[in-house]
Design a protein around this ligand. Sequence first.
Ligand code: PNS
Length: 159
Amino acid sequence: MRRAVCPGSFDPVTNGHVDVITRVAALYDELVVAVLVNPGKAGLFTVDERMELLREAVAELPNVVVDSFSGLLVDYCRSHDIPVVVKGLRAVGDFEYELQMAQMNRELAGVETLFVPTAPQVGHLSSSLVKQIATFGGDVSRLVPEGVLDRLLAKREAS
Ligand code: PNS
């Protein structure tokens, strides 16, 4: 079985992530979307919430599995028998850091990284910008899946 992993913080998942996940899922038998558990960094959404939002967003993609991981990505890959990491690249700004991580992951464990250019319509999206805009009452309805929009609005009302 050909498997790959798309790792990330996904706090929260955006339409940019969904674009990459959808296109990569079409290339593999199974695609694991893995949410990083980072105890040192509290997000807007808990890891369980992020996974739930991801599951809703990819509900129509039968070969996509949502999971979480802590520690090194290469250890997750090794223990789940996944040889390939796939990352979306928005612009050159992403490239330098992503290249460094890709080279390190290959050195550490022989895990390969493939890069997918995001669709131009979503190339400007990031979870951080979405959170910032939503916090100050801006309209993010075209930037995130419906479930995420509902949860962002609920969080705003609660605060
Ligand atoms: O969505 P993000 O925050 O850009 O995702 C970054 C992520 C989770 C892919 C990256 O931080 C990662 O792989 N973290 C796990 C820890 C690890 O393996 N670090 C060494 C990288 S060479």
